[in-house]
Design a binder for this molecule. Sequence first.
Ligand SMILES: Cc1cc2nc3c(=O)[nH]c(=O)nc-3n(C[C@H](O)[C@H](O)[C@H](O)COP(=O)(O)OP(=O)(O)OC[C@H]3O[C@@H](n4cnc5c(N)ncnc54)[C@H](O)[C@@H]3O)c2cc1C
Length: 456
Amino acid sequence: MNTHQTVHSPLLIIGAGPGGYETALLAARRGIEVTLIEKGPVGGTCLNEGCIPTKAFCRHAQILDDLRESETLGIRNQNFSFDIQAVLQRKEQIVGQLRQGVESLLQNKLIRFVNGAARFEDEHTVLVGEERYSADHILIATGSVSQTLPIPGHDLPHVMTSTEILNLDCIPRHLCVIGGGVIGLEFASIFKSFGSQVTVLEYCRDILPHFDTDLAKRLKQSLGKRGIDIQTQAQVQQIEKTEDGLLRVHYLKKEKEICVEADYVLMAVGRRANIESLNLDDIGLRYAKRGIEVNEQMQTNVPHIYAIGDINGRQMLAHAATFQGIRALNHMQGLTDTLRLDIVPAAVFTHPEAATVGLTEEECKANGIPYRVHKSFFRANGKAVCLQETEGFCKLLSHKESGVLLGGHLVGPHAADLIQELTVLIQNGNSVNDLRNTIHPHPTLGEVLLDAVKEE
Ligand SMILES: Cc1cc2nc3c(=O)[nH]c(=O)nc-3n(C[C@H](O)[C@H](O)[C@H](O)COP(=O)(O)OP(=O)(O)OC[C@H]3O[C@@H](n4cnc5c(N)ncnc54)[C@H](O)[C@@H]3O)c2cc1C
C-alpha cells in the first residue's frame, strides 16, 4: 500500500527552462499556486547549455576579432594570448550567477519547487520517485535534447554535441561542424575566432534551411570571407579515426566522395523533443516525432494538459517557449490575448550576426502573396563604417498593394538587436510609409532600415 499522500495544486509544471519557470513565476504573480518539477538545474537548456553559455563565448570571440583588427585602426604591437580555461571559468560564473537569480525568484510562497524527474501516472497525476502530485492543469515544458546522426563513428571520442563543446578545455586545431543550422554556425563562428580552422558540412542546398534564402547566402558569403569553409549539399556518411589520431569525416557531394580531417567534430544536426521519460502513451497524449501535438492555445488532445517550448517542436527558441507559456496560462484562466505567436524574431549570433522576423521571400511566393523587396547595405551606413563592420545587408518585404511590412531579414552588426524594431512594426501592421516617417537618430545602425525604404 502506498503511504505517500498526493499533493494537489491548481497548476503543475514539468520542466524549469524558460518555458516552465517563466510560466510558474507569472502564475504566482497572478496568485495561482504552482508545483514546478525539474530534474536538473533550473534554467533549462537555455541557461545551462544553450543561449547563455554560447553568448558568453561570443563575447570572447568578438574581443579576439577586434584585437586582430586593431592593427588596421593604428593600435600596434598587440601582444595577446588566449586562455580557454578563463573562458570556461567566466562561462560558469555567468551561468551560476543567473541560475542563482532564477532560484531566488522561485522562492515564492506560491511555488512548490520539486527536484526530480516527473512521469505521468494518470491524466491528473504525476510521480516523482515515490511522491505523487496532482493538479487541475498540467503544463509540460520538458524541452529538447541534442540529436546525433546514426552514422558509423558518431560515438568516437572527440565527436561532440553542443553540450560537450561548451566544456572543451582546448582549442581544436581543426573543428569540423556537421550541420549548418543556427547552433552549428554559432559554434563555427566562435571557434574560428578562437583560432581553429573550421569546416561546416550542411546537407541542404543552403545553410539555415528555414531562413530567407538571400539571408542564408549572404551569411555564408560573410563567414566564408572570414575563412570558414562551408560545404553545402554535403551528405555525411561516416567518421573514422586515422592512424595519427585524427577524425576523418567522409561525405558525399554531388555523388563525389570527399573527406575532411579534423581533431574534433561537432554534431549540430538538430534537437529532439524530450518526450521519452514522461510516460505519455499511458495517458493517451498525442505526439509525433517533432514533439507533442498542440493547438494554438498550446493545449494537447487531453484538454487540461498543455505543452510549450521545444517539447512541441514549433519554434525551438527560448522566447518562443516563454510566450507560449503566457498563452497557455491565459487559456487555462479563460483569458484571451493578442499575442502574435506567428511573429517570433530569431537571431544567429555569428560574426556578423543575422536575424529574421516575419515572412521570407520564399513564403510570400509559396502563399501567392504579392510583395516588394526593399534592400540596403551596411557598407553605406555611417555608423557601420565607423565601427569597421560593413559586412551585411537589410532586406525588407512589404505587401505590393498596401505597403504593409511582411518580413525583415538582416545580416550585419547588431542584427539581433535591430530586428526588434522590425518585430514591433510587423506586429502592429505598420507599412513601409510608417517606417519611412519614423525619425531615427544619426549616426546609428538602425538607419539601415530607413535606407531600405527611401522614396525612389
Ligand atoms: C547551444 C544552444 C544555443 C542556443 N541559443 C539560443 C539563443 O541564443 N536564443 C534562443 O532563443 N534559443 C537558443 N537556444 C534554444 C533554447 O535553449 C531553447 O529553445 C529553450 O531552452 C527551450 O526552452 P524550454 O523551456 O522549452 O526547454 P528547456 O530549456 O530545454 O528546459 C526543459 C527543462 O525540463 C527538464 N526536464 C526534462 N524532462 C523532465 C522530467 N521528466 N521531469 C522534470 N524535468 C524535466 C530539463 O532538465 C530542462 O531543465 C539554444 C540551444 C542550444 C542547445
